[in-house]
Design a protein around this ligand. Structure first.
Ligand code: DAS
Length: 331
């Protein structure tokens, strides 16, 4: 096969860029402050000429931002853009470059709301593009290798970083500085080796085609907030959120999602005002016990931010406590 015949038969992968450190630049190559999201999509691709050996890659700039600035509006915009790309017959796989700070939220959201079996792979970097030993180019190359591979189909949203492949169901940023920043309590689904994915397990909870949620059918997410537990906490934040019209508050509690008993009257007032309260754990792993605090919803193993997104999705479809609780047990 000639070179051009070979490249004409390569899978077609679209790289949607949203900013983050992978597109970041600094005046120093060895550390210090940098600005996220300044490199354009074409510059990101140009830094990895090896991409042309594994896929026909097309850039699709969407945002150029620090992922700390993502809102639910951006999440929906990203999901809708990726959903539209996934519908196209001339697209075999999609890569999304993203900041690591809220990568897990976007990956979880798309895992639950995309109606496609095509590979959808997030990637990111811990070092800006101008850094000595920048991890972005290799992460982008490996993400494209995974997105180009039919074996990555049907697994929901994936995250490829530092040679590992994670599920959007449970990936969490666990390190503020190192290139192995993202982890999961359940380990990776596989590794990238010899220019392709090697999978060893698959997510067993419903996602994408089997999920009840479809980003293209959602106009807006209802406001759901997270409040972290701290010693001696009071309900000032909760009451301010209630006054602003929040529909639910996720309690990022200790251990099994515990909350101070002294706040029982405040919880009762919030519940009487129709605000859902959800117990979650700040520990980062482990199922919460099934016995429920009266009137509370209770996460299974979802992190506080996953619980926030799942509940916001659920509230677009039901206001019934039993149905909302079932979401945590199902997804
Ligand atoms: N903290 C940076 C990153 O790791 C910026 C961001 O999240 O956008 O990508």
């Amino acid at each position: 096969m000639t070179m051009s015949a070979r490249s004409a038969s390569l899978p077609r992968v679209v790289v949607v860029t949203t900013g983050g450190t992978i597109a970041g630049a600094s005046s120093s190559s060895t550390g210090g402050a940098y600005t996220a999201g300044v490199l354009g999509a074409d510059a990101l691709l140009a830094a990895v000429p090896e991409l042309s050996q594994v896929a026909r890659v097309q850039a699709e700039p969407l945002f150029a931002m620090d992922s700390a600035d993502f809102t639910d509006v951006h999440l929906l915009q990203l999901a809708r853009r990726v959903a539209a790309l996934a519908q196209r017959a001339d697209v075999d796989g999609i890569v999304i470059t993203h900041g690591t700070d809220t990568l897990e939220d976007s990956a979880y959201f798309l895992h639950l709301t995309l109606k496609t079996a095509k590979p959808v792979v997030f990637t990111a970097a811990m070092r800006p593009a101008t850094a000595l030993g920048a991890d972005g180019p290799r992460n982008l190359y490996e993400a494209v290798c995974v997105a180009a591979c039919p074996r990555a189909a049907g697994l929901g949203a994936l995250v490829v970083m530092n040679g590992a492949i994670w599920s959007g169901r449970d990936v969490i940023k666990r390190d503020a500085a190192q290139v192995h920043a993202v982890q999961s309590p359940y380990g990776p689904l596989g590794w990238v080796a010899d220019g392709g994915p090697r999978f060893y397990r698959a997510p067993c909870r419903p996602h994408t085609l089997a999920s009840a949620f479809d980003a293209t059918a959602i106009q807006a997410l209802p406001p759901v907030a997270v409040v972290a537990a701290y010693g001696g906490m009071d309900a000032t934040a909760h009451e301010a959120l209630a006054a602003r019209g929040v529909r639910a508050i996720v309690h990022a509690g200790w251990g099994t999602g515990t909350a101070p008993a002294a706040l029982a009257p405040a919880w009762a007032r919030l519940q009487a005002a129709g605000i859902w309260l959800v117990r979650t754990s700040r520990t980062g792993s482990g199922p919460l016990p099934r016995e429920r605090s009266p009137g509370w919803l209770c996460a299974d193993d979802q992190s506080p931010s996953q619980a926030r997104l799942l509940l916001a999705l659920g509230l677009t479809q039901t206001q019934q406590g039993a149905a909302l609780q079932a979401l945590f047990d199902r997804y």
